[in-house]
Write a protein that binds this ligand. Sequence first.
Ligand code: GDP
Length: 195
Amino acid sequence: MKIKSAEFETSATGLANVPRLAQPEIALIGRSNVGKSSLLNLLAERRDLARVSDLPGKTRLMNFYSINRNWRLVDLPGYGYAKVSKSERADFNEAAADYIEGRKNLRAVLVLIDSRLEPQPIDLAFVEWLVETKVTFGVVFTKTDKQSVSQTQASVARFRAVALDGLDPAPAIFLSSAKTKAGRTEILRYIASRL
Ligand code: GDP
């Protein structure tokens, strides 16, 4: 897909003030600092459409970006700033959860996972919850430039085994790097297929 235009449209605190429907939406979500803003900029081919930061947990707003004036990328608030134990219900951002459960024009959620880490309890809890909502989702493993291909493959295999085993349909999986631009074409192709 060619990106002809990418513009910030609006921010929303909850479903009450999201943009009016009409355009299909693809949402990005993940733990704070996973590389969500960087992926958004990579997909939109803009250097600073979303703010990239070393400080985790900076925003609790949903940000809507209009792409090619006919679909939207939605940057959902990051989750998991606080540590969550396995027994606790994960404290996902309420606005994001409401949006995912209630947004009619949501075509897919992309869950971002740091490719360098062991499966994190909050990511597992979030994916489990996503499966329950029956929303279509894909998994993007970020920052793959920071380690070897075999380390990334091992990490993906571990995550699949604990979080994605037996899911039907199997979620799409992507390996990405904002630095090398790996994954961009594949993710945009997936998005196009969902619009
Ligand atoms: P967000 O909090 O999830 O939006 O994450 P950001 O996009 O702000 O990124 C957090 C930090 O990780 C920043 O310092 C980014 O430069 C860095 N980062 C994000 N993606 C990548 C990547 O693919 N490769 C590398 N090497 N660094 C990345």
